[in-house]
Design a protein. Structure first.
Ligand code: AMP
Ligand code: MG
Length: 391
């Protein structure tokens, strides 16, 4: 048996960063920035008023000072003249500061009569001016790699970037295998169940930024599996579900081998999780996951997520390990790393569910964390600290 980390290292050898493509800014959220992007202008592009008020000379600002209002500056409409001694320009937030002025007295600190204003409240020290380039300068960059957040999108827009270089979405083909499987919405025969983890994995992989194709369910025959594989051309990664161990009906390895796949089987010291299959056919990476729904989903988090993040060129590829105190004691762990379905509670403690069978999707759906027990971890008391990842 190999450790989870050794298995992951093997899988990551199959994944490499994909090329970049340009996408419109409005479609770039959640994508991974592929290259540093420089700003195409200063922001603000001119010194601008931060408040509604009156722009005057800084040296003249004091309580009871009086000024004559000589014009107006609004956002998008600058005042073209020069502010001289004893003069003020009515100004609004976002308007360029007129030449000659160096201070904006906020309108709340001023009393106005006709064209005359008097500072009637202590104006304070802040000049209420946003300096040119105070947010960013022309050439300042948003640096790659980086998964673009809504805030990044706003920043790129302000930088006048209309198209963004992002890593192409990995194309992933998902093949479910099994005579017992039918698609959701159909009428199963008496011995059939619904293909479920196929859809869970699609959702997981798409949430990471992959483009996922669900192929027709392959029956447990060489012919049906061969047909399914023939539909994967163009994929960056083929993921099969089920049929990957050594039972009579587990034909995925055989068919992949016939199609020229150099493949390896890994016995991973992991629960849930069975032997994992991995290999490469030309440019296409292939991973065979166990069919048990919870095993497949946990393997999706632990193995497929880092592969997809690698393809997207991200730096941080593994789910972040966090720590929390146990809400209840845990028995000693066996020889395999155990990813226990658990609830991170509102009080910050973590509690593993009592039922940990790898077929129980209802338990997985209640879980918001996988509590990680190292191999041979001794029994743990309540309040001891354990590791987990969020799911
Ligand atoms: P296998 O790895 O093919 O031996 O499958 C192990 C278990 O997982 C069996 O109970 C299968 O019925 C079940 N299974 C396999 N594939 C899926 C799937 N896509 N959705 C739900 N259950 C599955
Ligand atoms: Mg099967």
């Amino acid at each position: 048996m190999i450790s989870v980390n050794e298995a992951l290292a093997h899988l990551l050898e199959l994944a490499s960063p994909l090329e970049a493509e340009m996408v419109p800014l409005a479609e770039a959220a959640g994508r991974v920035l592929a290259r540093d992007v420089p700003a195409r202008r200063d922001q603000p592009p001119f010194s601008a008023s931060a408040m509604d008020g009156y722009a005057v000379k800084g040296a003249e600002v004091e309580l009871h000072a009086m000024f004559k209002v000589i014009g107006e500056a609004a956002a998008g409409h600058r005042f073209d003249g020069v502010v001289g001694a004893g003069q003020a320009v009515r100004i609004f937030t976002g308007a360029p500061i007129p030449e000659g002025a160096g201070f904006v007295v906020i309108q709340e600190d001023v009393t106005r009569k006709g064209n005359l204003i008097t500072i009637t409240d202590e104006p304070g020290d802040g000049d209420n001016i946003r300096p040119r380039g105070g947010d960013f300068f022309d050439g300042d960059t948003v640096s790659a790699p980086r998964r673009l957040t809504p805030s990044d999108i706003a920043l790129l827009a302000a930088m006048n970037i209309a198209e963004v270089p992002v890593t192409r979405r990995p194309d992933i083909a998902l093949i479910s295998t099994g005579d017992e499987l039918v698609m959701p919405g159909s009428t199963p025969g008496p011995d059939q169940i619904i293909a479920s983890n196929t859809f869970g994995l699609k959702a997981l992989l798409e949430s990471l930024g992959a483009h996922v194709r669900i192929l027709p369910i392959a029956r447990d025959t060489i012919g049906s599996l061969t047909t399914a594989f023939s539909l994967t051309s163009g994929a960056d990664l083929v993921v099969t579900i089920g049929g990957a161990s050594v039972g009579d009906h587990d034909l995925v390895g055989e068919v992949a081998h016939n199609l020229g796949m150099e493949r390896s089987f890994y016995k991973v010291a992991m629960r849930p999780g069975k032997p994992l299959m991995a290999g490469r056919m030309g440019q296409t990476a292939m991973v065979g996951l166990p069919g048990n729904p919870v095993s497949a989903m946990v393997c999706g988090h632990i193995f497929l997520e880092p592969m997809v993040r690698t393809m997207l060129g991200e730096k941080s590829i593994q789910p972040r390990r966090l720590e929390a105190p146990l809400a209840a004691p845990l028995a000693q762990n066996g020889p395999r790393e155990h990813y226990m379905r658990a609830e991170l509670q509102d009080d910050g403690q973590i509690r593993a569910f009592d039922r940990q069978d790898s077929s129980l999707l209802s338990v997985l759906a209640k879980a918001n964390a996988l509590l990680i027990r190292p191999p041979h971890d001794p029994a743990r008391d309540a309040n001891e600290t354990v590791s987990y990842i969020r799911i």
